[in-house]
Ligand binder design. Sequence first.
Ligand code: FPP
Ligand code: MG
Ligand code: MG
Length: 393
Amino acid sequence: PPSGPIGIDPLRSVAKEMKFMTGNIRQLLGSGHPMLDKVSKYYTQSEGKYIRPMLVLLMSQATATMPKRSRMYSRGAEEVDRPITSPSVLADANPASPLTAQSLDNGEFADSVLPSQRRLAEITELIHTASLLHDDVIDTSTSRRGNASANIEFGNKMAVLAGDFLLGRASVALARLRDPEVTELLATVIANLVEGEFMQLKNTVLDERHPVFTDETISYYLQKTYLKSASLISKSCRAAALLGDHSIDVVEAAYQYGKNLGLAFQLVDDMLDYTVSGQELGKPAGADLELGLATAPLLFAWKTNGELGTLVGRKFGEQGDVQMVNQDLQHAIDHADILQAREMVIRSDGIEQTRALAQEYVDTAARAISGFPDSEAKVGLIDMCSKVLSRRK
Ligand code: FPP
Ligand code: MG
Ligand code: MG
């Protein structure tokens, strides 16, 4: 239930904006190749949470009335809304193709969100969806949002290529904003996603046979978490404020809000992997441990129970890239370790500590925007903080 003034849903302010989002995103993904078209749009059919575009729109609205400064690179709707879908060779040969360009839909309403900020919202979802396509290949996942994941439905090759296609189209849309600072931010996000994924794949802190828990264990995890999750959320909030031509104080506040909310978001994600069933999540539960990933609940449990270190050293430093001679036997041993580690984490206060840290981050996020003028969108941003903490999927 909404936590704003009685009878007002704080997300109402962006509800009408969101209505056009999916259609616009699907239009950005049109391809003359029918199969590429299908695979690229696959995750846009399922009901995503659209957290990133929603945050961009809320941030854009919440800052709309705040002081402006003059920046060199602001562009009007004519330029940023120009259709992007490039008629491919195939489409040129077939004028009846569904690729026929239409302009992007901003709806019938006039409000405080700029066309460039709407396009930014779409770009964040494209980059996020691209990362999911790649992530499901890397994690050999079987389901996403309650359906078969794209790697299962279409195979690894097409899933990877579709992810690349999404990044390509996101890059074109980004270039259309004609804002070098915003382009640099979102290009950095793409690099950060890969850096975060690499830190997870090759954990240099846990790479020893008998790792010991140190301060570095947690800071490595948090750095990884920033790169893989909070970078996109924080830099797109920052970009929203930049596109609104706001002062550096506002830009920095938007960034701090996104950074802290993003860190909390991933901490909760890592917690749900232990506390919620796969049925409820719409994707396999307990997946992190199965993948040999030591996330916050396990790290906090390890801090108080050194025994976990032995399991961590045996399994989690190797990240499954060791080819075993007797794979079946190795797998059986690993699975006993996994079950034992899971039990130890659930019996510890690791989950509670993870929740407490997430709470600290959302409090910091809310504080970052406390100076924003009162508005429905600001209530929405604050409401997102409690939603991140209470979510079950
Ligand atoms: C989901 O995490 C995945 C991410 C947040 C980012 C993954 C990034 C890459 C695969 C790098 C390459 C991608 C691009 C676009 C350059 P998760 O596996 O913990 O969550 P899940 O449970 O939803 O699968
Ligand atoms: Mg995954
Ligand atoms: Mg992953």
